[in-house]
Design a protein around this ligand. Structure first.
Ligand code: ADE
Length: 441
C-alpha cells in the first residue's frame, strides 16, 4: 500500500485519540453500523481531501465500512494530525498522504496521489481536489506548485482526460469550497455534480458557528496563552463562523469589534451588541484580530501600519490569503518565531506585530479543529451524501446541489435522540391548521 505520512510509530497514540473522538460522534457511529451491514459504497473508489483529524478518521472508517476504497490526503498543509494519519495507515489500511507542515509542492503531490486513485467520488474541504482535477483535465497548471505543473505538462491529452473519466460526483464541506465550485458552475467549467454539505442546516448552523467559534478561540489561546478578558478583539466577517467567534470571544470577557462589508450582517452584528466599524478604524484599537471572510487581503499593509505594539493577528478562514502577509513582510525589518505558531514581525519604528500559524486557519494549525460532537453532524452529512451520490449514478447534472432535506432532517433527529432530547409532535388539529387557510384565527 502506498502512503506518505510523518511517522508510522505514532499510530498507537492516534488510535486512542480517534477512540476518544468517536465517543462524541454517535450519529456517525450509527451510520457506520448500518454501512457495514448494507455496504452501500461497495466498489466505489473515493478520494477524500480533508483535514486529517481524529474526526476525519471516524468518517473515512465509516466510508470504508460501507465498502468504499478510500484514499485520504490533506486539505491544508498545516492541519494534519500526524498520529491520526499513522493510525489510519497502520490500523485501518487506509492510504493517507499528509504530513503536518508539508511544503506546497508536497501538498500538491499528495493531492495528485489521491487523484491517481482514479476516484468515482471526490470529497473535498476547500475544493482543492476538484480544482486540481479540473486543472489537469483542462491543462491549466498555472496555479499549482511548479513541480506539479512540470509533471502535469508531461501528460498526454488522453491521460489528462482519463483523470476525469470515472468521476460521477463529489461533495464539498466548506463555505470557501462551495463559493469556488459555484463559480466553476457559473463559468460552465464544472465537469460533474457536487453536493454542498456546507449548506445543510445540520452542518453550518453548528459546525461553522459553534465549532469554529470554540476552536478558533482555542487556537488563539493555545498559541499565545494570552488573556482575552479586558482585551479588544476584532473579528472580520460576520458569517456563521464569525458569529461563533464573536460569541465566544465575548464570553471570555473581550470587547468585540466586528468588521463587515454586508449591510445586513453588519446590522445584525450591531443588534447582537457588537461595535461595528471599518477595519481601518479598528486597526489601531485591537489587541487581537481574526479574519473569517473567505476573501483575499482583508487585513492589508495599510492596516498593519496602524496597529498597536503587540497586536496579535490570526486567520480562521479556509485559505491563508485573508492576511496580506507579503505586505507585512515588506514592512518588517526583522522576523522570528518567538514560540510555536507565533511569528514576530518587527517594524521600523520598533512596534512588534505577531502573526499566528503563518496565517493559516488557526483552529486547526494551533488547536485540534472543531470538536467531535459538531463534526458528528458534518460528517454524517458527508457519509449520507456519498451514499446518495453513489445511488444517483449518472442522474445528476454538472451543478452544485444542496443536501437533500430528508438527509438534513434525519441527522437532526438522530442527533437529538443521541443527546436524549425529546421534542413535541404536531396534533392532527395543528397539522390541519397549518395546511389550511380557511380556519379562522
Ligand atoms: N474542520 C474543522 N474542524 C475539523 C475537524 N476537527 N476535523 C475535520 N475537519 C475540520
Amino acid at each position: 500500500m502506498d502512503y506518505d505520512i510523518k511517522d508510522i510509530n505514532l499510530a498507537a497514540k492516534g488510535r486512542l485519540r480517534i477512540e476518544w473522538a468517536g465517543m462524541s460522534m454517535p450519529v456517525l457511529s450509527q451510520i457506520r453500523e448500518r454501512f457495514s451491514r448494507e455496504r452501500p459504497l461497495e466498489g466505489v473508489r473515493l478520494s477524500a481531501c480533508l483535514h486529517v483529524t481524529t474526526e476525519t478518521a471516524g468518517l473515512v472508517k465509516t466510508l470504508k465500512a460501507g465498502g468504499a476504497e478510500v484514499v485520504l490526503c490533506a486539505s491544508n498543509p498545516l492541519s494534519t494530525q500526524d498520529d491520526v494519519a499513522a493510525s489510519l495507515v497502520a490500523d485501518d489500511e487506509i492510504p493517507v498522504f499528509s504530513i503536518k507542515g508539508e511544503d506546497n509542492a508536497t501538498y500538491y503531490s499528495h493531492i495528485l496521489a489521491a487523484l491517481r486513485h482514479r476516484p468515482h467520488l471526490t470529497m473535498d474541504d476547500g475544493a482543492d481536489l476538484v480544482g486540481a482535477l479540473h486543472f489537469i483535465a483542462l491543462n491549466k497548471w498555472d496555479d499549482l506548485a511548479p513541480s506539479v505543473a512540470q509533471w502535469g505538462s508531461s501528460l498526454s491529452e488522453d491521460e489528462r482526460r482519463d483523470f476525469l473519466a470515472n468521476v460521477t460526483g463529489g461533495t464539498e464541506e466548506t463555505t470557501t469550497g462551495v463559493i469556488r465550485l459555484r463559480s466553476m458552475e457559473k463559468d460552465g467549467v464544472l465537469q460533474f455534480p457536487i453536493v454542498s454539505v456546507n449548506d445543510a442546516n445540520t452542518k453550518h448552523l453548528f459546525d461553522n458557528r459553534y465549532g469554529t467559534g470554540q476552536s478558533t478561540v482555542d487556537g488563539i489561546i493555545r498559541a499565545t496563552n494570552r488573556l482575552l478578558a479586558g482585551s479588544t478583539f476584532v473579528v472580520s466577517g460576520y458569517g456563521w463562523c464569525g458569529r461563533g467567534v464573536t460569541m465566544r470571544a465575548k464570553g471570555h470577557g473581550a470587547h468585540v469589534i466586528v468588521c463587515e462589508v454586508d449591510p445586513l450582517r453588519a446590522l445584525e452584528a450591531v443588534m447582537d451588541g457588537f461595535q461595528v466599524m471599518p477595519i481601518a478604524d479598528a486597526a489601531p484599537l485591537g489587541n487581537f484580530f481574526c479574519t473569517l471572510t473567505g476573501d483575499i487581503n482583508v487585513i492589508r499593509a495599510e492596516h498593519f501600519k496602524l496597529m498597536r505594539d503587540g497586536a496579535i493577528v490570526a486567520n480562521s478562514g479556509h485559505f491563508d490569503v485573508e492576511l496580506d502577509l507579503p505586505g507585512l513582510a515588506d514592512l518588517a525589518t526583522e522576523r522570528r518565531f518567538i514560540r510555536d505558531f507565533v511569528e514576530e514581525f518587527l517594524l521600523e519604528d520598533g512596534r512588534r506585530l505577531y502573526v499566528l500559524g503563518e496565517g493559516r486557519l488557526i483552529n486547526l494549525a494551533a488547536a485540534e479543529g472543531h470538536p467531535s460532537s459538531v463534526m458528528d453532524m458534518s460528517f454524517a452529512n458527508q457519509a449520507l451524501c456519498a451514499e446518495y451520490m453513489a445511488k444517483q449514478h449518472g442522474a445528476m447534472k454538472k451543478q452544485v446541489y444542496p443536501v437533500p432535506p430528508e438527509i438534513d432532517e434525519e441527522i437532526a433527529r438522530l442527533k437529538l435522540a443521541a443527546m436524549g432530547v425529546k421534542i413535541d409532535t404536531l396534533t392532527a388539529e395543528q397539522e390541519k391548521y397549518l395546511s389550511s387557510w380557511e380556519i379562522g384565527t
